[in-house]
Design a protein around this ligand. Structure first.
Ligand code: ADP
Ligand code: MG
Length: 467
């Protein structure tokens, strides 16, 4: 399958060649033809599978066609604005009337979508995409909106502000995209999203992308789409087969920090993201790594937008080698140079583990995801394994052996070997299978509920990730 065969406009094909894309990814192969026909979509597929192009290429194609069909001499609303200005009339305030709106959970993701759009649309002169984001200076936002861009990429909160003050009007909207819809709901944006959808014409095309289409997100998706094509890309990809995962047990903080330094000196490491539980830890660890000679930087939600953008730019340019980040700040970061992800602290939710490790192994490259875990956190690793239906091998590095090896049930699991009697041990290393739902489990746990917080189901609850 080729991009030509999908029926895309030649100027888009040219941009894709320039971007080095040779063929569509599976999600693009399925989504693009349907979207070109104007169908609504509900799509679930893993991070890094190329969802941005899946919705943006058909949209750009539509705008490219409209550009060709436009009557020569017919004035666009933008040209009318211009000529009013050149006649010396004080430009009357006119709200922006975008044709396409992409909603994303975070500012970083919005910027990434805008950048990708600029790339895919680099040969379409008249199509402009802008991001409207919290933290951006107000005059700058007004300046962007006054250009009446065709494509608006925004986080829900800030968009609502502009809608309510009459700066944006969605009466001309043709395409609505919800990117990472599940994350937006997790972040509490459901009411904002409903309000925004309400303000758009019913005739719009709606495309929704999410890691899952179950539960709340599935219900919302059904409400806001019409006769959608449901695309669920097989879960082989969800297993992150190109990403190697490892657990290292640590005795205490000093052991953890020494091991982190060692791991970051790995010769195969190009760039790394280190995840911490708190914003303060992100700052502290970034400072410490800088002193130790790593080009490190922190990224978290307390930083000003400008500082966050500068950090991400520096990461993309390779000036930052180690990004120390919290979950929300790092969501959706797509930097191909990231070869390593280190969980300095484990995430609160197993879903976040999957999002974290997805920062590496972008576009099919190989990646390594390492979790630094104290013995008490073994239960949380088990929950992650149950969620991902994959076992994470334990690794021990010479000179960094954990002292404590006896108490944790898992500690007998040396790399490449399983404790006899472990119900997962009957398969050979490398062929280990995860026990099927319903199979007897030693832990006797009530199973893992999606979205539930980690907690020891054995009653011995511990606070998690706050050290
Ligand atoms: P997702 O939104 O599914 O996480 P992205 O749209 O961010 O994925 O794409 C992930 C990476 O893959 C990006 O670096 C993007 O440039 C690249 N990519 C997307 N489609 C293709 C393709 N057809 N060929 C090669 N690389 C691609
Ligand atoms: Mg994406």
């Amino acid at each position: 399958m080729t991009f030509e065969a999908l029926g895309l406009h030649s100027s888009i094909l040219k941009a894709l060649t320039e971007a080095g894309y040779t063929k569509p990814t599976p999600v693009q192969e399925q989504a693009v033809p349907a979207a070109l026909q104007g169908r609504d979509l509900m799509v679930s597929s893993q991070t890094g599978s190329g969802k941005t192009a899946a919705f943006m290429l058909p949209a750009l194609h539509k705008f490219a066609e409209a550009e060709l069909e436009a009557q020569p001499g017919a004035k666009t609303s933008n040209q009318e604005r211009q000529s009013a200005r050149s006649r010396g009339e004080r430009p009357r305030f006119q709200p922006a009337q975008p044709k396409m709106l992409v909603l994303t959970p975070t500012r970083e993701l919005a910027l990434q979508v805008t950048n990708a759009t600029d790339k895919y649309g680099s040969n379409l002169r008249r199509v402009r995409a802008v991001s409207i984001l919290g933290g951006m200076p107000y005059p700058k936002q007004m300046q962007l909106l006054s250009k009446n861009p065709e494509i608006l990429v925004a986080t829900p909160g800030r968009l609502i502000d502009h809608m309510e003050s009459g700066k944006i009007n969605f009466s001309q909207l043709e395409i609505l995209v919800l990117d990472e819809a599940d994350r937006m709901l997790d972040m509490g944006f459901i009411e904002d999203i409903e309000k925004i959808v309400e303000a758009t014409p019913e005739t719009r095309q709606t495309m929704l992308f999410s890691a899952t289409l179950d539960g709340v997100v599935g219900n919302m998706a059904k409400r806001i789409t019409r006769d959608p094509l449901v695309i669920q890309i097989a879960s082989a990809g969800n297993k992150h087969e190109n990403i190697q995962q490892r657990v290292h047990f640590v005795d205490d903080l000093s052991h953890k920090n020494r091991l982190l330094d060692h791991l970051l000196r790995d010769a195969t490491l190009d760039q790394a993201v280190v995840f911490t539980a708190t914003k303060r830890d992100a700052d502290t660890i970034a400072d410490r790594l800088n002193i130790a000679g790593f080009a490190a930087a922190a990224l978290h939600g307390d930083m000003h937008q400008g500082a966050r953008n500068r950090t991400l730019d520096a990461l993309r340019r390779g000036q930052v080698r180690v990004l120390v980040a919290t979950d929300v700040a790092a969501r959706g970061i797509d930097v191909p140079g990231i070869t390593h992800v280190v969980n300095y602290d484990l995430p609160k939710f197993p879903e976040d583990y999957v999002h974290r490790i997805g920062r590496t192994g972008r576009a099919g490259r190989n990646g390594l995801a390492i979790s630094l875990v104290n013995h008490a956190e073994n239960i949380n690793i088990k929950r992650i394994e149950r969620f991902t239906k994959q076992l994470i091998p334990v690794d021990i590095i010479e000179g960094f052996e954990p002292k404590k090896t006896a108490s944790a049930p898992r500690s007998a699991r040396k790399p490449g070997g399983w404790k006899p009697g472990d119900n997962r041990s009957n398969s050979k290393p490398g062929q280990r299978t995860f026990s099927k739902p319903g199979a007897p489990r030693k832990e006797g746990s009530g199973g893992f509920n999606k979205g539930s917080r980690f907690g020891d189901s054995g009653g011995n609850r511990r606070s998690f990730g706050d050290h």
